[in-house]
Design a protein around this ligand. Sequence first.
Ligand SMILES: *Cc1c(COP(=O)(O)O)cnc(C)c1O
Length: 432
Amino acid sequence: MDFYSLNKKAPNVSFKEAVIQGIAPDKGLYFPESITPLPKSFFENIETLSNEEIAFTAIHQFVNADIPDGELRKIIKNVLDFDFPVVEIEDQIATLELFHGPTMAFKDVGARFMAQCLGYFSGNESNEVTVLVATSGDTGGAVANGFLGVEGVKVVILYPSGKVSDIQERQLTTLGRNITALEVDGTFDDCQKMVKTAFLDEGLLQKMQLTSANSINVARWLPQLFYFLIAYKQIKSKGKELVFSVPSGNFGNICAGMVAQRLGMPVDHFIAATNVNDTVPEFMQSGEYNPKPSSATISNAMDVGDPSNFIRIRHLHHDDFDKLKENLSSFPFTDEETRKAMLHIYKTSQYIADPHGAVGYLGLQKYLKDHPETYGVFLETAHPVKFLDVVEDTIGHTLELPPQIKKVMGKEKSSIKIGTYEELKSYLLKRE
Ligand SMILES: *Cc1c(COP(=O)(O)O)cnc(C)c1O
């Protein structure tokens, strides 16, 4: 299996090269050359398979020979060591809970998978890899946790000082070992700009192997297709047409769901639910893609004005707008609507949704109005405690802290303060 660049001006590479490089030399995203459907019997018997078996069968063709089967099975076993339950909260509406991992956000699976692949690849090389990542909150914690203790890989995380929640900051800054948190005097956009500058800095790149850990990396993006297959295994017996509603920011998760569909999973339609950052909903109306600066919302992991993976979705539908419309609907929702939905879900189903899940619920509800015969699943991408203030304030109820969170609350924060790109660069070079 080879991966090609969507900009079509760079050579094809193997899975290993795509993971190590992150982005192609022509700045295009990597995309698999082919997606071979799995045998019908796989889906007919899926309820008899373990999550690990499902994941191994689904990802094998993309990893190919770059990781031996036994090693790949070991990686998957480590990655999927928690539950992904589907919980029905209303007639024909269920939620897929993706927050039972170590940092309680769905990014745990992608971050762990990428970390273990990179660890395997760098184990065979003498060069150390440095993972550089900017975070507005959730990504950093999942990446830090996923890479903790992985040999041959160092992780440097940039986060905006004072702009992430207390829980998120502790998840980033208390691990130590091969993880360093750089606390940037600035905004998330400033952090991201510094990271982008580093990736274009030839002087730096000559001295070190830098890679990114966001969802443009195929090892973070593709394993998200496990969620959809694991959900399908649980709801197949409903016997209805099936739709997924995915709260979307950079559109990596939903795009992975569409890859699961290409593998042959019977799913009727996808709904991309967003907050007021509505670049994609607008595109689905007008056919015109107009990226814009992001606006801050209560579902802040989706505050993205130019979603990086949407190009993969368009490509998957051969850049055919009508084909895309058959498979995808996209609706935006305001913070006020989101809070109302959280309260409604709590009052009618005694279920506590986080703001991202609530946006997914709203998207599903809107779609089901015109498609009453469908069974819908919305993805719960974060545990409600990660957005403690908003959730408690909205539903008027105090939340219990789960053990994963209690564990980090007692730990001492350790970070290095920086303010400029020059400081980032000299920090990176000093460590060489
Ligand atoms: C990252 C994130 C999202 C958005 O996922 P994408 O794959 O970027 O669309 C949604 N919810 C939460 C909680 C997240 O952390």
